[in-house]
Write a protein that binds this ligand. Structure first.
Ligand code: F0G
Length: 398
C-alpha cells in the first residue's frame, strides 16, 4: 500500500501516483513483513536477501546483483578524529553509485505496472543507473540532465547504455519539474526519488549497516544530501528493522550539504521546520547541486526523529576530504560522496560529535564518475624516458 506522509491518505500498489491527490504531499510505501532475521543469513549476499522488506515480486526482479557493498573499518582516519569509523562504499554497486539499489526495485515495479517508457531528471548518477536497468529490462528510457553540469563518467554511462539523453538549459530542479510534468501527462514512468519505490531499494543501505555491525545500530550515520531521497530511505530502513525488533537503538541521521546548495542544512541550523529552496545552487560536487529537494519533508523528519543534525561544507573542504580518504584509506569517491567525510571532520572539530562515537560515513559514488575533477586535483604525470637510472633519482626524492 502507498500512503501520504502528511495526511495519511492511502493508495493501491498498482496506482501510478507520485504525490497525494488530497494534499499534494509526497508518498511512502508501507508493508508489514513478519520474518525473523535468521532467514537472511543463508542467502546470497545482495540487497535482495532482505526481499521480505522489498514491496515487489522478487522472483521477477530486474537486478544486477546490487548491494552488499564494502563496509570498511577506517582506523587511520578514525584515530585521527577520535571516532570508531566505518565507511560504506556505495561506489561498488554495478553502475558505481547507490542509485542501483533504488533502480532495481523501481524498474521491477515499472515492469509490474506494464509501462514501456521510463525517465528521470538527474545530476548524473540516477541517469546512469536508470539507463542500465532500463536496458536490462528492455524498457525505453529518457533522461534530462542539466547541460554542462554532469560529470563525464555519468554522462558516458547514460549514453552508452542507450538512454535518450537530453541536455536541458537549466538546473536539476528545473529538469525535475519538466520530467515530472511529462510523467503526470502519462508520457513516462518517473524514476526519480519522488517515486516511493526507489526509496524502498535504497533503504537496504540501512539494513546492511545494521547487519554488518552484527545486528547493532551505529551511533551515527553521515551522508551527503542532495534531493534528500537517500537520507529518507536509510532512515525508513532503520526504523523498519527497529520495529521488527532486530535492533534496539537508532542512529543519529546526519546530512551534509555543500554550502551553496544547502536548503536542508540551513533550515536545521536556523531551527526551522520548513525548508526554503535555494535559487541558484552551486558546488563542485555536481551530484548534490540541488536547491529544492523533493524529499525535504522526509529528510527533516529523519533528522529530527533521530536526534541527528545537518552541516554544510565548502568546495575546498569537499576536495580536501576526497583526497584525504583516497590517500589515507585507499577509498576513491566522487566529490559529493566526500562531503560525508568533510562533514564528519567539521562536526568533530565543532565538538558536535562525541569522542568514540561509532560513526558510519556513506560514500555514495565512485571516484571514476568524475575523472576531470580527480585529474585537476593532482600534479600531472612526469614525462621521462624508460630508463631505470633516471627513475632511481626520482625514487630518492619520494
Ligand atoms: N551522492 C551522490 C554521488 C549522488 O549522485 C547523489 C544524488 C547524492 C549523493 C544525494 O542523494 O539526492 O538522495 O539526497 N544524485 C541524484 C542524481 C540527484 O540525479 O544522480 P539524494
Amino acid at each position: 500500500m502507498i500512503r501520504c506522509i502528511s495526511c495519511d491518505a492511502k493508495y493501491d500498489d498498482d496506482e501510478i501516483i507520485y504525490t497525494c491527490k488530497e494534499c499534494g504531499s509526497i508518498l511512502e510505501v508501507i508493508q508489514t513483513p513478519s520474518v525473523s532475521k535468521e532467514v537472511f543469513s543463508n542467502r546470497k549476499n545482495t540487497m535482495w536477501k532482505y526481499k521480505e522488506f522489498l514491496p515487489v515480486n522478487s522472483d521477477k526482479r530486474v537486478s544486477l546483483e546490487e548491494g552488499a557493498t564494502p563496509f570498511c573499518k577506517c582506523d587511520k582516519i578514525g584515530k585521527e578524529l577520535g571516532v570508531d569509523l566505518y565507511v560504506k562504499v556505495e561506489g561498488s554497486n554495478p553502475t558505481g553509485s547507490f542509485k542501483d539499489r533504488g533502480m532495481s526495485v523501481g524498474v521491477t515495479k515499472a515492469m509490474e505496472l506494464g509501462v514501456n517508457m521510463v525517465g528521470c531528471a538527474s545530476t548524473g548518477n540516477t541517469s546512469a543507473s536508470l539507463a542500465a536497468y532500463a536496458a536490462r529490462a528492455g524498457l525505453k528510457c529518457i533522461v534530462l540532465l542539466p547541460s554542462g553540469k554532469v560529470a563525464l563518467g555519468k554522462l558516458a554511462q547514460a549514453m552508452f547504455h542507450g538512454a535518450k539523453v537530453l541536455g536541458i538549459n537549466g538546473n536539476f530542479d528545473e529538469a525535475l519539474e519538466t520530467v515530472t510534468q511529462l510523467a503526470l501527462d502519462g508520457e513516462l514512468y518517473l524514476l526519480n526519488s519522488i517515486n516511493p519505490y526507489r526509496l524502498e531499494g535504497q533503504k537496504t543501505i540501512g539494513f546492511e549497516i545494521v547487519d554488518d555491525l552484527g545486528w547493532q545500530s551505529p551511533d551515527r550515520i553521515i551522508l551527503p544530501v542532495g534531493n534528500a531521497g537517500n537520507i529518507s530511505a536509510i532512515w525508513k530502513g532503520i526504523k523498519e528493522f527497529n520495529q521488527a525488533g532486530f535492533i534496539d537503538d537508532i542512529p543519529m541521521m546526519t546530512g551534509i550539504q555543500a554550502v551553496n546548495a544547502a536548503p536542508i542544512a540551513n533550515a536545521i541550523k536556523q531551527g526551522k521546520t520548513e525548508v526554503t529552496p535555494v535559487k541558484d545552487p552551486d558546488t563542485i560536487a555536481t551530484a548534490i547541486r540541488i536547491g529544492a529537494p523533493v524529499s525535504s519533508t522526509k529528510a527533516m523528519r529523519a533528522i529530527q526523529e533521530s536526534n541527528g543534525t545537518a552541516e554544510t561544507v565548502t568546495d575546498d573542504e569537499i576536495l580536501d576530504a576526497q583526497k584525504y580518504l583516497a590517500r589515507t584509506e585507499g577509498i576513491g569517491v566522487e566529490p559529493a560522496s566526500a562531503a560525508s567525510i568533510a562533514g564528519l571532520k567539521k562536526l568533530v572539530e565543532n565538538g558536535e560529535i562525541d569522542k568514540n562515537e561509532r560513526v558510519v560515513c556513506i560514500v555514495t559514488g565512485h571516484l571514476l564518475k568524475d575523472p576531470n575533477t580527480a585529474i585537476e586535483a593532482c600534479t600531472q604525470p612526469t614525462e621521462i624516458d624508460s630508463d631505470a637510472e633516471a627513475i632511481k633519482k626520482i625514487l630518492k626524492t619520494l
